[in-house]
Design a protein around this ligand. Sequence first.
Ligand SMILES: Nc1ncnc2c1ncn2[C@@H]1O[C@H](COP(=O)(O)OP(=O)(O)OP(=O)(O)O)[C@@H](O)[C@H]1O
Ligand SMILES: [Mg+2]
Length: 388
Amino acid sequence: MKGIPRDIDPVVRRAARAFPAVVVSGPRRAGKTFLLRHLFPDATYVLMEAPDAVARFRADPEGFLDSLRLPAILDEIQNVPEVFNHIRARIDASPRRVGRWFLTGSQESGLMRGITESMAGRAAILHLAPLSASESPKVDAFSGGFPEVLARPGAASLWFESYIQTYLERDVRGVLAIHDLAVFRRFLSLVSSRHGQILNKTDLAAPLGMSVPGISKWLDVLLVTGQILLVPPYFENLGKRIIKSPKLYLADSGLACHLLGIRSRPELERSPFLGPVFEGLVASEILKSQTNAGHRGELFYFRDQQGLEVDFLVPLRGGGVLLANAKAARSVTPSDAAPMRRLAPAIKKDPIRMCLVHRSPRGGTVSSVVAPGVERIDWRELHVALAD
Ligand SMILES: Nc1ncnc2c1ncn2[C@@H]1O[C@H](COP(=O)(O)OP(=O)(O)OP(=O)(O)O)[C@@H](O)[C@H]1O
Ligand SMILES: [Mg+2]
């Protein structure tokens, strides 16, 4: 079996040499199972969804785990969350034995939080997002990054449709008592229509006849399962009155296009959503470059009440910060750089880098100065800019 090498591969290998367990989380169909099976083809693989495996585990958890030849990959562990207690006890009995347990599954509200606490120090917890531009040249604003969509672009619409259905049934319904799936579907459309906007829960709740706490729970499930991104405002006391709510994006731009009813690339080019879809693509590329390096995703936006707006502030490893504005248009002008140049002096970080992220006409590597201190970067090259 041949597959697309993932940027996170070396991070997973390193984690396996340092920790007794590695937990891989991430949205459904991102490639978690594929990743672990490819990296560790000799490991025992157990799907904790198969009725016989679950029954054997439940009947005798210790005996079940004793019977496994290690290292072992336990997949779909959300079906048997109690497995963590047993594995934790085993790890504590021989903490120096690394690379023994590989655990993955789908996240449901609360599950991953519990895991993070109970496995602290014992497991590396990594997040696998769908493919990024650095992993596949097929990733773009219209398709997004799910491997199956990129493998069969002609079937994308059907794929997204069944993704939404399966996802509703298996994950969201498992967590929340959603009686009326039609309302949840309308909620998803509404979320997509707010793609790239500052989150306003009242504005989401009202059209659905729901309460704000109800909407918060639904958003929380989408967040925990990696379906949406909430980008918080940059707070560092800038002495300005800034907006406090996060910006909302669907994590996969392909799913965003699907939910927005955009069915082709030309339609996307004509759509009023082109700007937000591209901005969301840039947000997810930035976060992917961070999580694929094994780091926490860390991304902010800036907007003050005078209308000064910078799409992204990205903390850099060395203590500096990258300011970035996303621009879907093919050409960029010095005026596009103005907000970043106005904000930069207020930020007490060094170095401050500034870039305009755009779609270069040739999709190439053109990178040049647009205004003093401001570079333009093709969105496909973002991971390079963030790596150094
Ligand atoms: N690196 C890759 N190269 C090529 N195809 C891939 C790759 N990763 C995943 N795929 C394909 O994408 C699909 C989803 O992958 P996989 O089952 O590993 O996802 P998952 O995150 O485990 O999903 P689930 O949450 O449903 O268990 C599979 O059809 C798989 O073959
Ligand atoms: Mg899987």
